[in-house]
Design a protein around this ligand. Sequence first.
Ligand code: SF4
Length: 354
Amino acid sequence: MKSLGGISRRDFLKFCGAIALTIGFSESSALEIAEAIEKAAKRPPLVWLELSLCTGDSEALIQTTNPGPAELVLDILSIDYWDTIMAPSGKQAEKSLNDAVKAGDFICVVEGAVPTGEDGYYLTIADKTGIDVLREVTEKAKAVIALGNCATYGGLPAAEPNPTEAKGVDQVIDKPVVNLPGCPCHGDWLVTTALYFLLFDKLPELDDLGRPKMIYGQTVHENCPRRPHFEAGEFVEEFGSPEEVKGYCLYKVGCKGPESYCNSPIQRWNDKVNWCLGSGTGCIGCTEPDFWDKFTPLYDRLPGVAIPGIGNVSVDTIGKVAGAATAVGIGAHLIGQAVTGRLGKGAPSEGGEE
Ligand code: SF4
């Protein structure tokens, strides 16, 4: 197998191995996936719309390494319109968008929320409202991917008091949408989803919030390296303490990992160098709907956890309960899988002190 564009053979195979694992194959399928990508008659063409956003998702994709952004844009995907990085502007950019839409057979990636207040006039692009641009382009798209928490669930623009009446894409268009939330969304999540579409000519299986299960099928908590401390009842009570230095669980200082779904602990960021909890902060729940309203203040802890057969317990007694659960035959690992519920901010703690 030869190298692809500017990527070495070794790095391309490594990349394909990671894709294989995410989509549920063994790493040994890397060579087959690499050949399928190389042989594909056509790379997946993307039309990338920017609506009400901070451009964080674009930046996250641009920061990718192995493959880097040039290989992603030119060799693996075919990004036919992306106004953040493209050279044309004004009328020329409009023409690029119109040409790409006219050619059809593209995946539409939408970044940013859709402001719907004042008939959509909080956002205008080339004399059209964001709503109109979104509807015109997605109508012709083969598939629609909403990228980042703003495009999926409204994100920060939709947080209280939501003055522009911002909404997620699937609340505005009448078409199936694949949701890839995150603040920002990991660049590899988009690439994996687009390549899944290329390899299988269908969209991946989604959960009830429109997210691919291959990426968002488990909680952060389930794969967190700090989880043994959670189960042992060893928590950081305040930042700057010896417990923080020891790498104890961050639940009591606000970690939302038990209620947040994504593969960040495994995927990691920046060529797998680190991830949110690895850098010492708790999970803020950025892959969940309404996280700005539901999970703030970000350093306040969730009110309770639920263990099957036992019910909700205070996190202060989790270590003792974990031990008892194991003693009566409920594996301690179940505790992680059992942390459930969508307890909103201010919900009462059941079964224990707060
Ligand atoms: Fe990790 Fe947070 Fe779960 Fe603690 S609560 S184990 S820090 S995900």
